[in-house]
Design a protein around this ligand. Structure first.
Ligand code: ZN
Length: 419
């Protein structure tokens, strides 16, 4: 049989081509570039049960790898995180960030622009606590959510126009579960739940409508309990597993405290906790008291999340930001691993956002690098009481979607030398 030279040379060409393709792909695998390599920090990633010294490699806005001794050969930027905690970006579950030019909260001046406060505190995600409702959510999205570096998620108020104050916020006719659900379904990546907040009537209709919307959209209900005529027991009884109660550790004139006069957790609160109701701090300017938080913690009622209730009038009071609340709990005796768990992974599961709050390979690179400063510090509650403390958490570096968005001491910056 004659040898077909043409077909032999074609076969050789194909083999050479395959060889080079294979070589190129292997080579590409070896040379995977790293945009940022955080070296030697103490990584706490509760979801993945990591609590040790590790390197974190970031590429294309995502976590490439978390391991010990990752080679820095292909890293564009190497940051020494020795002596610091490297954790998932913090999630503040209770904020008011629908800032605008009106008076009050909805589209108003009582809110704050999230980036002004969050990034410098290691917070990469905030959830707005129902400052908008189905009617004005599109304004909120366009005005704040789409323009912020911080990831802004939202609970949607059952009141159609959100937090507009009395009387419009309390108009039962404008509490429409169907419209609320329609808007939630339109923005499933942003809206994570329904909120019921201010209502001074004694009937359950607003609460039940909010619950109905939550049920229909299969999202949690966030209860910001300014509902003076609705008994606490009935509220907790109605709440489903996974629903969230905020302003948990305070005494306030418009509701019953979770603890009784002897500072014991009320039996129906324990029942709710057992059922799976989640308890958020919701510190704010007036909603966190050591007198309640400390005995609650001693009896096992811990915050599931450290929501700050950030707004213009809370952030310069006893409450500074969510990191300040975490420092309070650190000095109250909670260990740092537990604090990080509640501030990241547990907060993410509270809003059913399992894509957040951890450092798994391939997830978005939202990271906080924290220091624990030692010294003499004072922490103030909403009653103006000061608790002395010896440790304080501070955000040294914040990374959002793989970009450095906060660098307190220039740990990622290049050295300046006088020429
Ligand atoms: Zn609030």
């Amino acid at each position: 049989m004659p040898i077909n030279h043409k077909s032999v040379s074609a076969t050789i060409s194909i083999i050479i081509l395959l060889f080079f393709t294979l070589f190129a792909s292997v080579h590409k695998g070896q040379a995977q570039k790293i945009d940022i390599l955080l070296k030697g920090g103490h990584v706490i990633d509760s979801k993945n049960k990591i609590d040790s010294e590790m390197d974190v490699a970031i590429a294309d806005g995502k976590i490439l790898k978390v391991a010990s001794n990752i080679s820095s050969e292909n890293a564009k930027k190497i940051i020494d995180a020795t002596g610091l905690y490297v954790i998932p970006g913090l999630i503040d579950l209770h904020t008011h960030v629908f800032v605008g030019s009106n008076s009050g909260f909805a589209d108003g001046f009582s809110c704050v622009s999230p980036d002004d406060i969050t990034l410098k505190a290691g917070i990469t995600t905030v959830v707005d606590a129902g400052t908008s409702g189905w009617r004005n959510f599109p304004v909120f999205k366009k005005q704040v959510i789409d323009r912020s570096k911080t990831r802004v998620l939202s609970f949607l108020n059952i009141a159609g126009s959100g937090m507009t104050g009395f009387p419009s916020e309390e108009d039962v006719n404008d509490m429409d579960p169907r419209m609320t659900v329609l808007v939630i379904e339109q923005f499933p990546d942003i809206i994570v739940g329904v909120k019921i907040g201010h209502y001074r009537g004694s009937e359950w209709t607003p609460f039940d409508r909010a619950l109905e919307a939550g049920r229909m959209a299969n999202v949690p209900l966030f209860v910001e309990c300014h509902l003076p005529l609705l008994p606490l027991e009935g509220i907790l009884d109605r709440m489903r597993p996974g629903d969230i109660y905020t302003h948990s550790f305070c005494t306030a004139i418009d509701r019953m405290c979770l603890l009784d006069e002897q500072k014991k957790i009320r039996p129906f609160v324990l029942e709710a906790q057992k059922k799976g109701v989640r308890f958020d701090v919701g510190h704010g300017g007036g909603m966190f008291h050591f007198d309640i938080a400390v005995p609650a913690m001693e009896q096992g009622l811990l915050p599931d999340s450290f929501g700050s209730d950030l707004h213009r009038y809370s952030m310069n009071s006893g409450m500074k930001n969510m990191l300040d609340i975490m420092s309070k709990y650190l000095n109250m005796g909670m260990n740092i691993e537990d604090i990080v768990f509640r501030a990241t992974w547990n907060s993410a599961t509270s809003i059913k956002r399992e894509d957040l709050g951890h450092l798994s390979e391939g997830t978005v690179a939202d990271i906080a690098v924290l220091s624990v400063r030692e010294g003499s510090f004072g922490f103030i509650d909403a009653a103006g009481n000061k608790m002395a403390g010896d440790r304080k958490l501070e955000a040294e570096l914040t990374i959002r979607e793989g970009m450095i968005v906060w660098d307190k001491n220039g740990m990622a910056a290049k050295e300046w030398t006088k020429k």
